[in-house]
Design a protein around this ligand. Structure first.
Ligand SMILES: C[S@@+](CC[C@H](N)C(=O)[O-])C[C@H]1O[C@@H](n2cnc3c(N)ncnc32)[C@H](O)[C@@H]1O
Length: 245
């Protein structure tokens, strides 16, 4: 499997993500609404420098695991852990294969910041959802965020241009995979080039059906502007909260 997003997170995006500390409104809303039993065990996927895991510890949880597939992110998280005198258990692991973690191990699963949308293969995306289901305990809560295909009007013209280019280049890539518009704050000047990192944009009904087919029961679905009720905010994220029946 190609791993161009992993390269991006190892190089261009590393500094930006390890430096972040603030929790955004939608994250605080979901975590505080659903993580109610402070004695529960929590796992955070794609932790970066540990920003969200440390926040969860700060609100009173003391059994927290967190993983990221970029070793440099975990090195930074470990440094941060010492400074914060934290007990979070960080590991290098890939969301598509969580053999490091046992079945039915966690009460709360946090898959925020669209972590699964950086998987560059649809079958592996599906595997990662199945892995989340496997490590979740019965009646656990899983909070996911995804890139919401229908929230960005530019996706339609972009898809049309890419369809033609991919047809000419004989690239069998799903329309749901789109290039990054910006990398950090700069416009992605290679947006139409061939070999580049792609992100996976889900459609609301499709992803709900997929989660349900794995065994999750969907409890809440909201995009960012529904949570913030501020039309100026980016709508791009689709938040889905599930339980394991
Ligand atoms: C947008 S950043 C968010 C970082 C952190 N959760 C935060 O909010 O500050 C996404 C993170 O997910 C990690 N990531 C992406 N795909 C992953 C995968 N398949 N398995 C584990 N980590 C992944 C990246 O390395 C990156 O650190």
């Amino acid at each position: 499997m190609k791993n161009l997003n992993k390269e991006l997170y190892t190089k261009e995006l590393l500094d930006d993500w390890v430096r972040r500390e603030e929790i955004i409104h939608a994250e605080a809303y979901l975590i505080n609404k659903y993580l109610t039993l402070k004695t529960g065990s929590v796992i955070e996927a794609g932790t970066g420098g540990g920003r969200i895991a440390f926040y969860i510890e700060q609100i009173g949880f003391n059994q927290i695991d967190a993983f990221d597939y970029v070793p440099q992110m975990i090195e930074y998280a470990e440094k941060n852990k010492i400074e914060k005198q934290s007990q979070v258990k960080f590991k290098v692991a890939d969301a598509t294969n969580l053999s490091e973690y046992g079945d039915n191990a966690f009460d709360y699963l946090i898959y925020l910041q669209q972590v699964l949308c950086f998987i560059e293969d649809e079958d592996q995306f599906h595997n990662a959802l199945k892995e989340a289901y496997r490590i979740a305990r019965k009646e656990s809560i899983s909070i996911f965020s995804f890139l919401d295909y229908n929230s960005r009007s530019l996706n339609i013209p972009l898809r049309m241009v890419l369809r033609v280019l991919r047809w000419i280049r004989k690239e069998p890539i799903s329309d749901k995979y789109l290039p990054w518009l910006k990398i950090n704050t700069s416009f992605n000047r290679k947006i139409l080039s061939k070999n580049q990192a792609l992100t996976y944009w889900v459609k609301r009904d499709d992803i709900i059906r997929e989660l349900e087919s794995i065994g999750f029961k969907v409890l809440e679905v909201k995009n960012a502007s529904e949570i913030n009720s501020d039309s100026k905010l980016r709508k791009g994220m689709l938040y889905i909260v599930c339980t394991k029946q």
